[in-house]
Design a protein around this ligand. Structure first.
Ligand SMILES: C[S@@+](CC[C@H](N)C(=O)[O-])C[C@H]1O[C@@H](n2cnc3c(N)ncnc32)[C@H](O)[C@@H]1O
Length: 345
C-alpha cells in the first residue's frame, strides 16, 4: 500500500528513514512506534477497558489474536459495550457517501476499527487516526486478523488545532463518528467551538472537491437530553443551558469546564457553514448513530412515522391523537437522539 504523508507542521514532503519520518523542509522528526507513525507529542487515554487491562488486551491481540484478547476480558465490559466494539455493521451509512474502489477514506478517531472494517472492502485505502496509541495498535491487530490490508493508521496530536498529514484535496471521504464532541476536550486555550471549527476547516482542506464528510453525533436537544440523560458524562441538563451558564455550573460542581459540546440541528448547520461547508444534509440514524440500522432523511414526514411507532399508546390511538391535535405539523425531527450529517464543499 502506498502511503503519502506530508509534514503536519509545514506540509512539505517527508522522507522515510528506518523507524522515523523526517520533514525535508522544517526537519521535524516523526517517529514510527509499533509500526504506527506518531505525528503527536501528547496522547489522551481513551479505552473502554481500564488502563492495565487495555495494555494486557493490546499485548494479547498483537501476539495472538484480537478476538481472543477481547474474549478474555469481555467480563469487564457490559453487553452493550461489547457489541459496540465488535459490531462491524456500524458503517452501514456508507451508501450515502462517494465511496468507490478508487476512493481514499480518512477515519478520524477510529477507535476500535469497526468503521474501517465496514468500509475497507468498498474503497481503495483507509487512513485511521486516533489520539491514543493503544487503540491504534489494537486496530492494527484486528485488521491483520481479518486479512484487511488497505488500512493504514497514524497517531495525531489532540492538544492542538487539528493538523492533518495530508496534502490539500487528497482525501475523498472523511469520517467523524462520535468524535467531533470530544475535540473540545483538548488542552488548548480556546473554546471547544473554536477547536471544532478549526478541525472542520482542516478536514475541508484535505477533502477533494467532490468528496464528503460524514459526521455521526448526538443532538443537543433530544428527548434524552431533555429527560436529563448525561450523554458525555456531563451534569444532567447542563448541556441544554447557554454555554456560559453550563460552564459556570460545571466549574462550581466539578472544578472544570464543560467542553464536550454537541449542538442542535441549527447549531450544526451554523458550525459547518462557519467551517466553509456549503452542502449539508441531515439524517436520523435509527436507533442511533452507534448502530445505524436505518438512516432516515431528516424530513418531517419520515420522522413523524418514527415517532408514531415509538410512543407507548396503541397505534390507532396515536394516529388519532396526532390527527386531532395537528401534532404531525410539529418539528419532531429536531428532537432526534442523534444525527448523521453528510457535508461537502
Ligand atoms: C466514542 S469513540 C468513537 C470511535 C469510533 N469512531 C467509532 O465510531 O466506533 C471516540 C474516539 O475518538 C478518539 N478521540 C478522542 N478525542 C479525539 C480528538 N480530539 N481527535 C480525534 N480523536 C479523538 C478516542 O480516542 C476514541 O477512539
Amino acid at each position: 500500500m502506498i502511503t503519502h504523508f506530508v509534514c503536519p507542521n509545514c506540509r512539505s514532503d517527508l522522507e522515510l528513514k528506518d523507524d522515523e519520518y523526517r520533514c525535508m523542509k522544517c526537519e521535524q522528526i516523526w517517529p514510527i512506534v509499533h509500526g504506527i507513525p506518531r505525528f503527536a507529542d501528547n496522547q489522551i487515554s481513551w479505552s473502554v477497558f481500564n488502563e492495565d487491562i487495555a495494555l494486557a488486551v493490546t499485548d494479547i491481540a498483537e501476539k495472538e489474536n484480537w478476538e481472543k484478547a477481547i474474549e478474555i476480558y469481555s467480563h469487564t465490559l457490559g453487553a452493550y459495550t461489547l457489541n459496540y466494539i465488535k459490531d462491524d455493521s456500524r458503517a452501514d451509512w456508507h451508501v450515502i457517501l462517494p465511496i468507490d474502489s478508487d476512493a481514499t477514506v480518512l477515519d478520524i478517531g477510529s477507535g476500535w476499527g469497526n468503521i474501517a472494517l465496514g468500509l475497507a472492502r468498498w474503497c481503495k485505502q483507509i487512513y485511521c487516526c486516533d489520539v491514543n496509541m493503544m487503540n491504534l495498535r489494537l486496530l492494527r491487530a484486528r485488521m491483520r486478523d481479518r486479512g484487511v490490508y488497505n488500512v493504514c493508521s497514524f497517531q495525531y496530536e489532540p492538544n492542538d488545532f487539528m493538523r492533518l498529514p495530508f496534502p490539500d484535496s487528497s482525501i475523498n471521504v472523511v469520517i467523524l463518528n462520535g468524535v467531533l464532541e470530544w475535540m473540545g476536550v483538548a488542552k488548548i486555550d480556546a473554546s471547544p467551538k473554536m477547536v471544532q471549527i478549526e478541525a472542520l476547516k482542516e478536514i475541508r482542506r484535505v477533502l477533494s472537491p467532490e468528496g464528503a464528510l460524514y459526521i455521526g453525533i448526538e443532538n443537543r436537544y433530544s428527548t434524552r437530553t431533555l429527560r436529563g440523560q448525561r450523554i458525555h458524562g456531563e451534569l444532567p441538563f447542563v448541556g441544554l443551558l447557554p454555554r456560559w451558564i453550563s460552564n459556570l455550573i460545571t466549574k462550581q460542581v466539578k472544578g472544570e469546564q464543560h467542553r464536550t459540546y454537541i449542538y442542535s440541528y441549527w447549531g450544526y448547520r451554523q458550525l459547518l457553514h462557519q467551517a466553509g461547508f456549503d452542502q449539508i444534509d441531515f439524517y436520523m440514524p435509527y436507533p442511533s448513530y452507534h448502530h445505524p440500522h436505518y438512516l432516515i432523511p431528516l424530513k418531517p414526514a419520515w420522522i413523524k412515522r418514527y415517532w408514531l411507532d415509538n410512543l407507548s399508546v396503541s397505534r390507532t390511538r396515536k394516529y388519532k391523537i396526532f390527527q386531532r391535535f395537528g401534532l404531525s405539523r410539529l418539528p419532531f425531527h429536531w428532537l432526534s437522539y442523534s444525527f448523521g450529517i453528510r457535508c461537502s464543499k
